[in-house]
Structures are given as structure tokens and as C-alpha cells.
Design a protein around this ligand. Structure first.
Ligand code: SF4
Length: 223
């Protein structure tokens, strides 16, 4: 069974347009990302801050995971992916995947081109928490295959039995594309990147940002 161990996590935004129960990320929930960007720019990692943080890292980065919130809400996500790809052997874009459905896709053409041009691997969450339906995932997988984009389907469930149940819903995905992640029930169980985490302020930290160390400022829900 494939697992996932990033060397570096890059948190590009604290905003997300979903509100999954049990999410541990420091999300400001917003349907309109551009409005959040205008009012709360501190929730979005600046390209210059990312470059500064990356230049501090002296060890080689095998796997970098781009994460949010929902990273595709960042208006400069294409540029951030390009920068990350110059510092890491493999870059994974972690996403709930809805932007890859045909009816949502038009605003994301630049992002898809950046994914293709920089060999980014799209990592889509498919489990009870994220609520993506099997037929929706099937359409997304078809779309990615059509565009020759590499991808992984990340199933995060609390038990092996739950994993097996979710896995049975996406039997159209090959085993080599599946990642199993045990759902973290406490801060200690969250994935620990070997190098660290670059947060939205561009600071390199030992651990990722999660609700256990969330500041009051970031926890304000954006209606
Ligand atoms: S899509 Fe991911 S980041 Fe957004 S609310 Fe759900 S679990 Fe959290």
C-alpha cells in the first residue's frame, strides 16, 4: 500500500471554498476567493516569500507538497508551482479536485498549463471527509488522463476497514495511483515533513500549521 512522506510542505493559503467536518487546516471558508485575497492577503503566500524560504533550504528536496486550505484558490498558484518545481524533484499539488470538473474548469486553464509544463503531480483527496462522489472522481481521472497529467488519489480514513470501503468505490483507479493516509486524530499523528513546512508567511517551521496551533486571527470564519 502506498503512503505519502513529503520532505517539504508549502502552505500557500489558509482559504478554502469547502468546509469539511474534521478538517485540521487553518481555513477561512470562502466561496469567492478573489474577495478573500483582496481583504485578507495575509492568508496567501507571496511568491517572493516562497523564494526566500526556498533559498534557505540547503538540503535537497525530493518531494514537496503544495497545500492549503485549497491551494488552487491562490491567484498566483501557477507561479508558485513553477518556483517549487525548480527546488524539488517531485511537486504534489494537494487539492479537493473540484476545479478539474468540466463545468468548473474554464478559470483554471493557466493552472493546468503550469501543472503540465512543470510535471506537477495532482494529489486528489477522495474519502468520507472530502465528500467527492465516485462518478465525479471518475470524470476527473478521465480529464487528467486525457491531458496526460500524473496524479494520485489520496484516501484518508481512520481505519483500514474504512479505507477498504472507500477504495472499493474507486476501483477504476489503478493501485499504483492510490495513496493511503491514516486520518490524524491528534496533532501528534499529523504527517511530519522531513525538512519542514513553509507557512503562508513564508516562515520555515518544523511542523505544519493545524488547528491545534491556529492563531485567533486565522480562525475567524469568513462568511
Ligand atoms: S477541502 Fe481540504 S482544506 Fe478544504 S475544508 Fe476540506 S479538508 Fe479542509
Amino acid at each position: 500500500m502506498n503512503t505519502f512522506q513529503p520532505d517539504l510542505i508549502i502552505e500557500v493559503t489558509g482559504a478554502c471554498n469547502r468546509a469539511c467536518a474534521g478538517c485540521y487546516a487553518p481555513n477561512v471558508v470562502a466561496k469567492d476567493a478573489s474577495e478573500v485575497f483582496e481583504k485578507r492577503p495575509e492568508l496567501f503566500l507571496k511568491s517572493s516569500a516562497l523564494n526566500n524560504a526556498l533559498s534557505e533550504i540547503t538540503s535537497s528536496v525530493g518531494i514537496a507538497a503544495i497545500r492549503g486550505g485549497e491551494p488552487t484558490l491562490h491567484p498566483e498558484i501557477a507561479n508558485l508551482l513553477k518556483n517549487a518545481a525548480t527546488h524539488a524533484e517531485h511537486v504534489f499539488l494537494e487539492t479537493h479536485g473540484r476545479w478539474l470538473m468540466e463545468e468548473n474548469f474554464v478559470p483554471y486553464v493557466e493552472l493546468l498549463n503550469a501543472v503540465i509544463d512543470n510535471g506537477i503531480i495532482v494529489k486528489i483527496s477522495f474519502d468520507k471527509m472530502h465528500g467527492l462522489k465516485a462518478d465525479e472522481l471518475q470524470r476527473i481521472v478521465h480529464f487528467l488522463n486525457w491531458h496526460d497529467v500524473d496524479y494520485r488519489i489520496a484516501i484518508t480514513e481512520p481505519t483500514l476497514a474504512d479505507y477498504m470501503a472507500t477504495r472499493s468505490l474507486c476501483s477504476f483507479v489503478k493501485d499504483e495511483k492510490i495513496i493511503y493516509q491514516a486520518k490524524a486524530l491528534s496533532a501528534d499523528e499529523l504527517v511530519k515533513p522531513t525538512i519542514g513546512t513553509i507557512n503562508v508567511r513564508g516562515e520555515l517551521k518544523a511542523t505544519l500549521t493545524h488547528k491545534f496551533n491556529l492563531t485567533q486571527e486565522l480562525s475567524v470564519a469568513y462568511a
